[in-house]
Ligand binder design. Sequence first.
Ligand SMILES: C[S@@+](CC[C@H](N)C(=O)[O-])C[C@H]1O[C@@H](n2cnc3c(N)ncnc32)[C@H](O)[C@@H]1O
Length: 212
Amino acid sequence: MVRDHFVENRPAGRAPVEGLDIGTGANLYPAMSMLPFCDTVSLVERSRPNREWLRAQRECYASFWNAYWRLLCKNSSEYAGIDLQYALKCQLQVRSGNIFRMPSRRFGIGTMFFVAESISDRESEFIQATEGFFGSLKVGAPFACAFMQESRGYTVGKIRYPAVSITKTDIEHCLADLVDDFQVTPVCSDKPLRPGYKGMILALGRAGKSRN
Ligand SMILES: C[S@@+](CC[C@H](N)C(=O)[O-])C[C@H]1O[C@@H](n2cnc3c(N)ncnc32)[C@H](O)[C@@H]1O
């Protein structure tokens, strides 16, 4: 769905396009989905160990990403002609940054996977983070966002990872204030990744609000 959305809504014009994946963590497939449509992809990540891991992946990516890349390439001329290792090395820019302090209207295509609802347990911060992401995209920029549905957060060892429990309706309300053109779709899975959440939700659309 993400791939087809980007193919159908590719950024227009001749100016170089800068892509954004906010809060990349250890997940390269959102950035991979943008490679055919931009000159550079900024991976904006707050955690230094994550940034170091991403820089290493840029130089020599782990073979498990091939399965994701094959899926993107299937029946798609946009992706199939690209040498993944070369593209990652030339296009990815790993940057330190904060979703709450993003530049205004800079990026021409963007992804945000499991970030706004997964970095805090405060609803106000979910909204601020979502505003930060959308405010950094140019008006008309295609975007893809994924959210955990009704997540209670989780604990690994002694570390508690917080979450804001959100539903499809919460996402629709939040996005309605920020963008004109979007669709929100629950993604069903037979096998949850962990207990404590009710599935995933995908939002696709184009950034910008006509009244802004
Ligand atoms: C739940 S993880 C999601 C990672 C990845 N996008 C994925 O799909 O698996 C949230 C990520 O956001 C990063 N993060 C936390 N606070 C942030 C902030 N204020 N600005 C940008 N990134 C942040 C974390 O370091 C972490 O990598």
